[in-house]
Design a protein around this ligand. Structure first.
Ligand code: 13P
Length: 255
């Protein structure tokens, strides 16, 4: 089996001003400066990217990520931000197709694929989010939903670029609810996703793609989740706003 370095990303969502962000990042750096076993990504709002970029510039293993981007490289798109603008601030990652964007901003699988491609073309690693809602899980439809999201939102991306793409499985019913998927439930879906990637590309590629779990990851459930064979990291919401909790999750991700 290919070695996959764990990746723990903090999605701050719409929290923290630039001033507050500086304080939180300073705290995170104090907590995690010794942890170098996993890739660590901080995804603040756009308005804090420049400030954080300066703070983590020299720190190995901690990288900057954005929470969204526009699929075009420039033009008359008021209020939007392009991949090139993110690269210019030394972003290395960008979250694409988070369920909140799918739900509130009506982002489709097709748009998400365009955004992922725009990110890859600019040398940004997209973290593409997929996951079923509670109703879909209860109707036992999760395989259908995940298959559709992978078929339409990921498959078709150039084989030369696909290994830089990260998938985040975030069951919508587990986001911000305190109700995480059990490690077994999450592992089952992650394994299924890897199978879909193998079908579209190859087993060799599938074994290299990193698949994060997201949804109420906390220090007390991180270790069990992160040590499942197909779970390669975490996309952390609420707990990433607390330096100690985030550091504990990073620590739990060690192989
Ligand atoms: P919570 O960790 O707050 O459940 O959020 C998960 C998430 O949406 C990360 O992108």
């Amino acid at each position: 089996m290919a070695y996959r370095k764990k990746i723990v990303a903090g999605n701050w969502k719409m929290n923290k001003s630039a001033t507050e962000a500086r304080v939180l990042v300073a705290d995170i750096l104090m907590e995690i400066k010794k942890f170098d076993a996993s890739d660590i990504v901080i995804c603040p709002p756009f308005t804090s990217l420049a400030a954080i970029s300066e703070l983590i510039n020299e720190v190995p293993n901690i990288r900057l990520g954005a929470q969204n981007l526009h699929q075009q490289s420039n033009g008359a798109f008021t209020g939007e931000i392009s991949a090139g603008m993110l690269r210019d601030l030394y972003c290395r990652y960008v979250i694409v197709g988070h369920s909140e964007r799918r739900q509130y901003y009506k982002e489709t699988d097709e748009l998400i694929k365009e955004k992922a491609k725009a990110a890859l073309d600019a040398n940004l690693k997209p973290i593409v989010c997929i996951g079923e809602t509670l109703a879909e899980r209860e109707a036992n439809d999760w395989k259908k939903v995940i298959t559709r999201q992978v078929d339409n939102g990921i498959a078709g991306i150039d084989e030369k670029q696909i290994e830089d793409l990260i998938i985040a499985y975030e069951p919508v019913w587990a986001i911000g609810t305190g109700k995480n998927a059990t490690p077994e439930q999450a592992q089952e879906v992650h394994h299924f996703i890897r199978g879909l990637i193998a079908k579209h590309y190859s087993s060799a590629i599938a074994s290299k793609i990193r698949i994060q779990y997201g949804g109420s990851v906390k220090p007390d459930n991180a270790k069990q989740l992160l040590h499942q064979p197909d779970i390669d990291g975490a996309l952390v919401g609420g707990a990433s706003l607390d330096a100690r909790a985030f550091a504990a999750i990073v620590l739990a991700s060690r192989h």
